[in-house]
Design a protein around this ligand. Structure first.
Ligand SMILES: C[S@@+](CC[C@H](N)C(=O)[O-])C[C@H]1O[C@@H](n2cnc3c(N)ncnc32)[C@H](O)[C@@H]1O
Length: 223
């Protein structure tokens, strides 16, 4: 399998640990993997890149969150929350916002619990997911999925099932790396807008908004 080695930055730790053997899919032998499988079971290590203050310059979290149009009383799910870079910022929009910080790694969920408690954010609900389902306890108004879309396998089925966890006007916001980003996952796990749109359409969604202000990532909102 071809691997591109990213330059210094966000995905260095990720690519170094993933290696050739770490990137595979639960598919037929010989089939091209449809997602990048990788463990994120060491929150302290990943926090160094995920929560690096230098990330704010290209991740622009305030602008991303502003574009989501959140209001108190809404529920939002940050799927693939990692160490909580977005979850904690989302929770600070309003104490009346419920933020499900969803991850498949038990160690990340523990980290999210400690971080939310430390930052006194009672509206963050760390939630342990399965790879095929976020296991949300109730439908949410917005799903945000940052740098995690490429880690989800069988995405059409995943997002089709996710519709039952959305309110009738619910939206799904996807932020993921462009092909030409200086940093990020290997080339085969960077998708074009057309690829993402085709998968989401097959899962039953329509593109509602496309934001082009992020220098490294697509930012697409589906309904
Ligand atoms: C590259 S990290 C991104 C973390 C965070 N969104 C950020 O931007 O800092 C991907 C995270 O998604 C989680 N993840 C991978 N597959 C997932 C799935 N199917 N459902 C929920 N979380 C998943 C991983 O455990 C990891 O914490």
């Amino acid at each position: 399998m071809t691997m591109t080695m990213p330059t210094l930055g966000f995905c260095v730790a990720l690519a170094a640990v993933a290696g050739v053997a770490g990137v595979h899919a639960q598919q037929q032998p010989g089939a091209k993997p449809d997602h990048m499988q990788h463990r994120f079971d060491d929150p302290a290590k990943f926090a160094k890149s995920f929560d690096d203050p230098a990330r704010d310059g290209w991740q622009m979290p305030a602008r991303v969150i502003d574009a989501l149009g959140l209001k108190g009383g809404m529920a939002v799910a940050d799927i693939g929350a990692g160490t909580g870079y977005f979850s904690m910022r989302l929770a600070k929009v309003s104490p009346a916002l419920t933020v499900y910080a969803v991850d498949i790694e038990p160690a990340m969920v523990d980290h999210l619990k400690h971080r939310a408690a430390g930052e006194q954010l009672a509206n963050v609900i760390p939630t342990l997911a399965a790879a095929s389902s976020p296991k949300l306890p109730k439908p949410v108004d917005v799903v945000l999925i940052v740098d995690t879309y490429h880690h989800v396998g069988d995405r059409v089925a995943y997002f089709r099932n996710l519709r039952q966890s959305l309110t009738p006007s619910g939206r799904v916001a996807i932020v993921d790396f462009r092909k030409d980003a200086p940093d990020g996952p290997p080339a085969e796990f960077r998708f074009t807008v057309e690829q993402i749109e085709a998968e989401m359409k097959a899962a039953g969604y329509q593109l509602e908004a496309r934001h082009d202000f992020l220098p490294r990532q697509h930012f697409l909102i589906f309904r």
